[in-house]
Design a protein. Structure first.
Length: 305
């Protein structure tokens, strides 16, 4: 019988009744060697990818992450183990946060909340979202969800990816068009995976090319943005920023980014909503079905050899 290992009793109580055709156990590498061969182990959520080396020598065929990102996984994953990421679990919630950040910054929520503490009634015009140009860097799951969620707000949404193409949502501009788009964009949202080509993509030249006063939103990976360059550009008043991810991360309490003018920060919570649980359940049901049927696992990032 196929065996699936779950990382804690709470997840077991929720998921085991949904997986009647497999042997479901509560197990993790901290418990020592698994009692049986494990066909698929579900990782914990926050911080779990950092402990991949603890699976070295364990009788485990594959790992299912609860996270979408997979940068650096090959360097930490023991040989012979397959790794799958959580496609379909966090895209909606991450896009929800990105749009929430955009609305908050464009409508001046932080200023209004501060005024509430002092009983200050200060009415004045805010930038808003309607009629503004939003450039979304990335036309994958998160980028497309941001575009979908912005549609009712009457913004001019432009998606940018590596190549120029069209899909069901319309046109996708290539990276070649980015410099001209940055000069016109009121908001730039980063929704690309971290890779060699995207590391440091948002550098001093990128920020300088942005329209004065424009908003940068990053819900992807902190290393995509050059932190020192952002601190300089925001301190000078050239750009604003709303960040769910930073470099370094966690951000030290004395880091200048915390107090940089025009920068708001959330602690990498893009996918951390209750919406993830039924989506994780659906993903595990599908992976279990595939294992029982002898089919390849879905969303394989690294194939074990």
């Amino acid at each position: 019988m196929i065996t699936i290992a779950l990382p804690d009793q709470q997840i077991f109580d929720r998921l085991a009744p949904q997986l009647p055709d497999v042997n479901v156990i509560v197990w993790g590498p901290a418990d020592g060697a698994p009692p049986v061969h494990v066909d698929l182990a579900l990782l914990g959520y926050l911080g779990a990818a950092g402990g991949l080396r603890s699976f070295e020598g364990m009788d485990v065929a594959a790992l299912q992450s609860q996270s979408l990102g997979f940068d650096g996984i090959e360097d930490r994953l023991p040989a012979g183990i397959t790794y799958c990421n959580a496609v379909g679990v966090h895209e909606a919630s991450t896009a929800e946060l990105a749009v929430g950040m955009i609305i908050s910054e464009q409508r001046g929520f932080a200023e209004h909340f501060a005024n509430q503490q002092t009983g200050t009634w200060n009415q004045h015009e805010q930038a808003g979202v309607a009629g503004k140009t939003v450039v979304i860097l990335g036309a994958g799951g998160v980028g497309n969800q941001i575009a979908d969620k912005l549609a009712p707000f009457d913004a001019n949404v432009v998606r940018v990816a590596r190549t120029n193409r069209s899909d069901a949502r319309g046109a996708v501009q290539s990276m070649d068009a980015l410099p001209a788009l940055l000069a016109k964009a009121d908001i730039v949202a980063i929704a690309v995976p971290l890779s060699e080509s995207t590391t440091g993509l948002v550098n001093a030249a990128f920020l300088q090319a942005m329209k004065p006063g424009a908003l940068l939103v990053n819900v992807s990976r902190g290393k995509i943005v050059d932190t020192d360059a952002l601190v300089a550009a925001a301190s000078a008043g050239h750009v604003r920023a709303a960040l769910d991810v930073t470099e370094p991360e966690p951000l030290p309490s004395d880091h200048p980014l915390w107090s940089t003018r025009g920068v708001s920060i959330t602690p990498h919570i893009g996918g951390a909503t209750s919406a993830m649980h039924p989506r994780v359940d659906a993903l595990m049901r599908e992976q279990a079905r595939r294992l029982v049927a002898g089919e390849p696992l879905a969303h394989v990032v690294v194939e074990g050899r």
